[in-house]
Design a protein around this ligand. Sequence first.
Ligand code: ZN
Length: 347
Amino acid sequence: MKALVKTKPEAGLSLMNCPNPKPASSEVVVRVKATSLCGTDAHIYNWDEWASHRLQLPRIIGHEMCGEIVEAGSDVSSVKVGDFVAAESHLTCGTCFQCRTCQAHVCKNYRILGIDFDGSYAEYVALPERLLWKTNPAIPPEYACLQEPLGNAVDAALVEDVTGHTLLVNGCGPTGLFAIAISRISGASQILATDISEYRLNLARQLGADQVFNAKTLSPDDIGKAVLDMTGGDGVDAALEMSGHPDALHLAFRTVKNGGRVTLFGIPTGQVCFDLPNEIIFKGIRVDGVTGRRLFSTWYRLAGLFKAGLNIRPVVTHTISMNDFAKGFELVNSGQCGKVVMFPGGT
Ligand code: ZN
């Protein structure tokens, strides 16, 4: 089969022929129909500091996927050949404190598809049965492959109720865009969004943001004042920080109302200094760190949101064949895209 492999400790990936995977008794082999490019994959593609410490090579990367089961191991019972599936990317240990107390999303020993074992940037991938998520075949592959990153957005947006609430979303990359769409359909009253890319702010409008602010042309002070003006001077009920930029982090704490919540998902590159008394303690706010997805409650919740009419189509701005992977990563690095989806079997 053809696969994209990280072979050397340097930027780039190699498109090469690899042996087809064989399923262990508790695994299936899936023919990958669509697999999307994630920020994590870009870190690996660019071979930054984090990637160089995290990966052992060679590795077929990719972890956002969907496809059809073509072979099943002897112990597999919940799915069968021909089923359309997506996959949770975190393989949890099942025995640590977190796994045994309904917090498997922060398992101490989890292994990740496309990082710790071979991933979905390939024509075929072997997957443990317990990672599989049976998916409605009516959902086109270019959207079905996005359920894994959508789960992050479900967790970030809905860690608390948003119905009738005002929200600020800082950072309109794919997860921020998903969070806007999810908040909208969940009944948020007003959604404000910031980013430094006009391209992404346009997508934010399409997904339901009421007002967008370009943080490249407006100062944090200007945006902060505008957000307070638009919320009757109180600030927003919830701020979702999806960018990791220090200015955006402080903006979130500054514009959330007393007693509100700040949800942190974007990852800063270094340490960030806070004025704890004024930004957090005296405001009496709640701060949530969100990593991965609640297993598997966010998957069930997302299936319900799709049934309710969640529309994430505008987020998929580019579809490419696997041969064009370099073009795909150029797009992700440039920020001039929503989600880029690859078809390993060709477009
Ligand atoms: Zn565990």
